[in-house]
Design a protein around this ligand. Structure first.
Ligand code: AMP
Ligand code: FE
Ligand code: FE
Ligand code: ZN
Length: 285
């Protein structure tokens, strides 16, 4: 069994529709994929309809969270939520608040670039996002369209990174509130790419331990942005804290270099994760 528990579609900042993702997953020899778009569950229905026999789809979400546990500006944290009830009122309200904030922040970033003379506009970014929660990859595609960069990856390196002049922070959900919401909706909360240091500051062990104390169920250990030493350390931490250990690609189609299935999750861990959920069952044969 090959299981990839973190994949993005055009419902957020991936470049392939849920239907296209199914074909990509099958071609890569995957048996299970989780659809985890940023702050939305709108891709779930299409994924359920388009799922081919033999492929299991785990409906999920990647919630934009932050931690203020240590001194300094908030640390951005991505929280994966698997198999939750997408109609849980508290979850729905928070996800909508996050999407609204993404919209205004995306507009402010686009306007800052346009004001600075870059040949991009908010209207263009809005068209590219096509109703999805706006993220920096959509701004990156606008920069590609404008001919300023060849790829979204280059757009991040030159224009969109956190210390760049156009970066604006998002108002994300407190990590403990996010964990509580996913649990309240019957889902299973897993910390996404907790040691992806190139994206900014990361949580230290004490904060992760505090999250385990408030209901975190697992750590995404095998992730393309994690160097081997960090994976070893996170794996040991998960063992100490009694957390599940997952692996996933964080596939974003053409918006990132990583192929689907680049990292995978152990079948026993997957079974344990499904066993913790009371929200929505996996889409399966
Ligand atoms: P945002 O949530 O709008 O701040 O944008 C972050 C998104 O951009 C995440 O989904 C990342 O997967 C993606 N991302 C971050 N760094 C890069 C990069 N260097 N190249 C391409 N995509 C990136
Ligand atoms: Fe993304
Ligand atoms: Fe993420
Ligand atoms: Zn992701």
């Amino acid at each position: 069994m090959r299981i990839d528990l973190h994949v993005h579609s055009t419902a957020s900042d991936g470049t392939q529709s849920p239907t296209e993702l199914m074909a990509v997953a099958v071609a890569a020899g995957l048996d299970v994929i989780a659809l985890t778009d940023h702050d939305t569950t709108t891709g779930w229905a299409e994924a359920q309809r388009a799922r081919p026999p033999g492929l299991t789809v785990v409906p999920g979400v990647e919630l934009s969270c932050q931690s203020t546990a240590v001194e300094g500006p908030p640390i951005g944290v991505h929280l994966l939520g698997y198999l939750l009830d997408p109609a849980h009122p508290g979850f729905m309200a928070e996800a909508e608040r996050l999407r609204t904030d993404r919209l205004s922040r995306g507009r402010r970033m686009a306007e800052a670039m346009a004001d600075d003379g870059l040949p991009v506009s908010w209207e263009q970014v809005d068209r590219i996002a096509a109703g999805a929660p706006v993220g920096r990859p959509h701004l990156g595609r606008a920069l590609v369209e404008a001919g300023l960069v060849a790829t979204v990856t280059e757009a991040f390196a030159r224009y969109l990174h956190r210390s760049g002049p156009y970066y604006r922070p998002k108002r994300s959900t407190d990590i403990h509130a996010g964990i509580a919401l996913i649990r309240a909706a019957g889902g299973v909360p897993v910390l996404a790419h907790g040691r992806a240091r190139l994206r900014g500051r990361v949580l230290d062990d004490a904060v992760i331990a505090a999250c385990a104390g408030t209901g975190l169920a697992g750590l995404e250990v095998d992730h393309p942005d994690h160097p081997p030493a960090d994976r070893d350390q996170l794996r040991a931490l998960a063992a100490d804290l009694g957390l599940l250990v997952t692996g996933s690609s964080d596939y974003h189609g053409a918006n990132k270099l990583t192929p689907i299935g680049a990292c995978v999750t152990d079948p026993d861990v997957y079974a344990a994760l499904v066993g913790l959920s009371t929200g929505t069952a996996p889409y399966t044969d």
